[in-house]
Ligand binder design. Structure first.
Ligand code: PLP
Length: 458
């Protein structure tokens, strides 16, 4: 019998994160004057120790002891061979998944929430504001803040707030305060509500609210935290891929194909960046980020300079973007409803080092149900997008008669997302696809924006 769960001991947990900025060439973020932003300009928003990480080009960065000791609450996470899924698909492929759903809030998000809370605390910060889509990030940051005695305020995208009421309770249990966005608490929220009183909200609007709430706090003891997109978030998440590499080596395997769902890019980056390092050195690996067809950032939107938030508070970031005013359809995978994509992930896509894919909401749910009925665990709606692509690749391997090794990130469980399963099982879930006309309309805002260059890293 093949090994089902490939485990690492706590002593085998990686002691450093991998920083891809050492190995790829990036366009810089730009300030309002069109010039590269300086670390000082970001100081009202983030603590300086995290800003230093954001711009660091050191290839390896030590994980602080205190962070390692909290990681031990659930890490190293198991790598699991999905034998029952393989059998159901009758595929010669060997499928492995990294189970990030074992963390206290149930996803990969605390891999960065814990170090972000740690660095804020070290810098003397007392309160953190943030946004959340599906609620996974807001709960992860509430949990992390509780570990360090920090206050946490979360602006949760309205549609998800209504779909997932227990997320709010989860955040409150850890001491976090969760309010639906757009809200009347900020200028950013009020101006959206004036124009669209029944706005379902978006991550971009919630980010504007959370940034505004942080920088307008007169005490100077509040900072903002982002759960995806930024370089330091991708960095912290690489613990996933570094562990997975060690685990696969234990069973003498190496992946041919690696897959992760992509909202802002962090769980995808976390699993794949340590393997991109090998790819840059010549290894043959096919790497797929998978996004929803309703929010096709990498697959259909251009590589541009755009703001990370709705009100234009953030610098211009070089990324694939649908436009910062884009409000995606209310799909259940709330964590994938983001108009942009991490600059590092966007850069790899622009260079052709990764191959973006998209799947529909119904295909994603069907994949999640097959997974739950074979492997047992009920996946988050976001994770289902990765599973749908795994199924496509496993079927291809069968057609080609090839023994491919497929590795994917099981980014979180869906136990607080059962509304989407309930609707799907009752036949009430529909697909949303973005029309070309809507896409063109969204693209129009880029006409006078600066254009990033596509720089080859190898
Ligand atoms: C379980 C899960 N997977 C994936 C994502 C997408 O985010 P990212 O692309 O940053 O990993 C989210 C976001 O909330 C999530 O909750």
């Amino acid at each position: 019998m093949a090994t089902k769960k490939i485990l690492l001991t706590e002593d085998e947990m990686p002691r450093q994160w991998y920083n891809i900025l050492a190995d790829i060439k990036m366009n810089p973020p730009l300030g309002p004057d069109g010039k590269p932003v300086t670390p000082d300009a970001l100081a009202p928003v983030f603590p300086m120790n995290l800003i230093e990480q954001e711009v660091s080009s050191d290839q390896w960065i030590d994980i602080p002891e205190k962070v390692l000791s909290i990681y031990r609450q659930w890490r190293p996470s198991p790598l699991i061979r999905a034998e029952a899924l393989e059998k159901a698909l009758d595929t010669p492929a060997r499928i492995y998944f990294k189970n990030e759903g074992v963390s206290p809030p149930g996803s990969h998000k605390p891999n960065t929430a814990v170090p972000q809370a740690y660095y804020n605390k070290e810098f003397g910060i007392e309160r953190i504001t943030t946004e959340t889509g599906a609620g996974q990030w807001g709960s992860a940051l509430s949990y992390a803040c509780s570990q360090f005695g920090l206050e946490c305020k979360v602006f949760m995208v309205r549609v998800s707030f209504d779909q997932k009421p227990y997320r709010k309770t989860m955040m409150a249990t850890w001491g976090g305060k969760c309010i639906p966005s757009p809200s009347m608490e900020t200028n950013a929220g009020r101006s959206v509500l004036e124009q669209t009183p029944d706005s379902p909200g978006s991550l971009a609007i919630a980010i504007s609210e959370a940034v505004e709430a942080a920088v307008s706090d007169k005490t100077g003891k509040t900072r903002y935290s982002l759960g995806s997109v930024l370089n330091h978030v991708m960095l912290h998440q690489t613990i996933i891929g570094l562990e997975a590499k060690k685990q696969l080596a234990k069973v003498n395997e190496y992946p041919d194909i690696i897959i992760g769902c992509a909202g802002g890019g962090s769980n995808f980056a976390g699993l794949t960046f340590p393997f991109v390092l090998d790819k840059l050195a010549g290894k043959e690996i096919t790497i797929y980020p998978v996004e929803p067809a309703a929010c096709p950032t990498l697959t259909r939107a251009p590589f541009v300079y755009d703001h990370g938030d709705n009100s234009g508070y953030t610098p211009l970031l070089p990324m694939h973007s649908l436009g910062h005013n884009f409000v995606p359809a209310p799909i259940h995978a709330g964590g994938l409803r983001y108009h942009g994509m991490a600059p590092t992930v966007s850069q790899l896509a622009a260079e052709g080092l990764i191959i973006p894919q998209s799947v529909t909401q119904l295909d994603a749910l069907a994949a999640g149900i097959l997974f739950a009925r074979t492997e047992g665990h009920i996946p988050a709606p976001e994770t289902n997008h990765a599973i749908a692509q795994v199924i496509i690749e496993a079927k291809k391997a069968k057609e080609e008669g090839k023994e491919k090794v497929i590795l994917f990130n099981w980014s979180g469980h869906g136990l607080l997302d059962l509304g989407s399963y309930e609707k799907y099982l009752a036949g009430g879930l529909t697909n949303f696809e973005l029309s070309d006309a809507e896409l063109e309309k969204a693209r129009a805002i880029f006409a006078n924006y600066p254009k990033p260059q596509i720089i080859k890293s190898r």
